[in-house]
Write a protein that binds this ligand. Structure first.
Ligand code: CP
Ligand code: NVA
Length: 309
């Protein structure tokens, strides 16, 4: 079945700059409405969403469920033990069954291919709530937070310090669409996916660098961004990674080298004392909580766009 007028949200670079900025504008608008206490804007009234989680979550689950509800809809949480997609039942069957009950599907999965299969077989929009490959809703929330605190994304310098993971891939794909300076500074052997780096560089939109010296990289950054060193699915490597990532902790000294203009961002959950110090998270220039709040507002706008509303 064709998804006429309906759109998946799987990767940021599936959209052009105008559309991404339009979604972010919408997010600001609906955020202001919700923050004013207004509860009569109910575009999702009569609609339901299935949320498939193969991994744990706080922000993604609560922000999607709350946001969808506040705009009139009903969201259904399906945890790792509920449908066991790919094990109890094939992805293509899950996709077609849920499409007959629900207006939209959100999924947090391990393999990115499973998300692509889900989207391919679903006749309703599928939203990416994180895979091993990327996390586009997070980076949309981050972009919204930068617009609110810095005024824009364009022309800024964002320095991600740590593992070249799913978060980095979404930053790279944003950089393929909106012009800014993106640096991923990581230990050797922990670079982001080479094809994604190449794709972002080939787009010719942004200056993109993959480097290995945090002190050099952060100079003049508008944003210093950090994430866990061991992602979900890699937790048994955590001990080993702590050794390899020595020197990549974001501490007050690194923030000082970055400069007084630098904000600290982290997608959370954070391991304080590992990839970032307690002092940096608690500092006045840390915007991790506005960033977390914006998950809900960015996603509300994404869902409105996906549903053609
Ligand atoms: N940042 C984020 O996606 O958080 P959760 O894993 O808690 O959803
Ligand atoms: N890179 C992290 C992000 C969590 C929101 C992970 O995949 O676990």
């Amino acid at each position: 079945e064709e998804k006429t007028g309906l759109k998946d949200f799987l990767h940021i670079d599936d959209f052009d700059k105008g559309t991404i900025l339009k979604i972010l504008d919408r997010a600001k608008e609906v955020k202001a409405l919700l923050k004013s206490g207004e509860r009569t804007y109910l575009p999702f009234k009569g609609k339901t969403m299935a949320m498939i989680f193969a991994k744990p979550s706080m922000r993604t689950r609560v922000s999607f469920e709350t946001g969808f509800y506040l705009l009139g809809g009903h969201a259904i949480y399906l945890g790792p033990k509920d449908i066991e997609m790919g094990k109890r039942e094939e992805t293509r069957d899950v996709a077609r069954v849920l499409s007959r009950y629900n207006d939209i599907i959100m999924a947090r999965l391990f393999a990115h291919q499973d998300l692509l299969d889900l989207a391919n077989y679903a006749s309703v929009p599928v939203i990416n709530g994180l895979t091993d490959y990327n996390h586009p809703c997070q980076i949309m929330a981050d972009a919204l937070t930068m617009i609110e605190h810095i005024g824009q994304i364009e022309g800024t310098k964002v320095v991600y310090v740590g593992d070249g993971n799913n978060i980095v891939h979404s930053w790279l794909l944003l950089a393929a669409v909106i012009p800014f300076h993106f640096v991923c500074v990581c230990p050797k052997g922990f670079e982001p996916d080479a094809k994604t780096v190449e794709k972002a560089q080939r787009a010719g939109v942004s200056k993109i660098e993959i480097t290995h010296d945090p002190k050099e990289a952060v100079k003049g950054a508008d944003v210093v961004y950090s994430d866990v060193w061991a992602s979900m699915g890699q937790k048994e490597e955590a001990e080993y990674r702590r050794q390899v990532f020595q020197g990549f902790q974001v501490d007050e000294e690194l923030m000082k080298i970055a400069g007084p203009q630098a904000y600290f961002m982290h997608c959370l959950p954070a391991e304080r004392g590992v990839e970032v110090t307690n002092e940096v998270i608690e500092a006045p220039n840390s915007i991790v909580f506005p960033q977390a709040e914006n998950r809900m507002h960015a996603q509300n706008a994404i869902m409105l766009h996906s549903l053609g509303l």
